[in-house]
Design a protein around this ligand. Structure first.
Ligand SMILES: C[S@@+](CC[C@H](N)C(=O)[O-])C[C@H]1O[C@@H](n2cnc3c(N)ncnc32)[C@H](O)[C@@H]1O
Length: 208
């Protein structure tokens, strides 16, 4: 497994960031053997299916220093861990309702020395605090997701897109978007990444 794919799309990453990304396969292989957070067949494709996919959000949004981002239903740390490596001056709060997944995230963040990441075992609905953005992947439909997070945003926006949700989704989303009743903006990851995996993948942005 090679990290070249990351440099191909993010040539600006520093040597320190590259070193952190390059620690991920070993860390996730180790932790996945104890607590399953990534499907076995996907672990060989960690960079493409998990790291690069998570960084699809970075193609849409450059988080600023000091901004706060909540990752809801982070599982083993996606998209929050790759984003925390990518934006070391932004504060990331990763939450999941399953404690052993948060254990993996905590251990991975510790091994990487990530100072800007906090991981909490909780349901999204129970999290207090205000954030600039909420990110997520593969947790639930937008209609259900939106009420969990809509009260958790700072009123003041300071980025190119106003504060809101950046959700990684794939497949045909017309029905899901329509049933949510939300106005969304769709960013297609195939415009940024050549690999077939990204053919139907999108970042859905919801302004709150
Ligand atoms: C399919 S996994 C996706 C994990 C990760 N986001 C990823 O893409 O690899 C969905 C995760 O959402 C978590 N989850 C579901 N409902 C939740 C809630 N209300 N609050 C926090 N976590 C939740 C589950 O525990 C599970 O770990």
């Amino acid at each position: 497994m090679t990290s070249e794919i990351l440099l191909k799309y993010f040539p600006e990453i520093t040597a320190e960031q590259l070193k952190q990304f390059e620690q991920l396969p070993e860390l996730y292989t180790h932790w996945n053997n104890q607590i399953n957070v990534i499907s076995r067949k996907d672990i060989d494709q960690l960079y493409e299916r998990h790291v690069l996919h998570s960084l699809g959000i970075a193609k849409v949004m450059a988080f600023k220093p000091g901004e706060k981002v909540l990752d809801v239903g982070t599982g083993g740390g996606f998209p929050g861990v790759p984003l925390a490596i990518m934006f070391p001056q932004t504060q990331f709060h990763l939450v999941d309702s399953i404690g052993k997944k948060i254990k993996v995230v905590t251990e991975v963040a510790k091994a990487l020395g990530l100072q800007n990441l906090k991981a909490t075992h909780a349901r999204a609905e129970q999290i207090d605090g205000k954030f600039d953005f909420v990110v997520s992947r593969a947790v639930t439909r937008l209609k259900e997701f939106y009420p969990w997070v809509k009260g958790k945003f700072n009123k003041q926006s300071g980025n190119v897109l106003p504060n809101g949700i950046l959700y990684l989704k794939g497949g045909d989303l017309n029905e899901e978007i329509a049933e949510s009743g939300l106005a969304v903006q769709q960013f297609y990851l195939k415009n940024y990444f050549d690999e077939e995996f990204f053919e139907t993948k999108q970042v859905i942005y919801v302004k709150v």
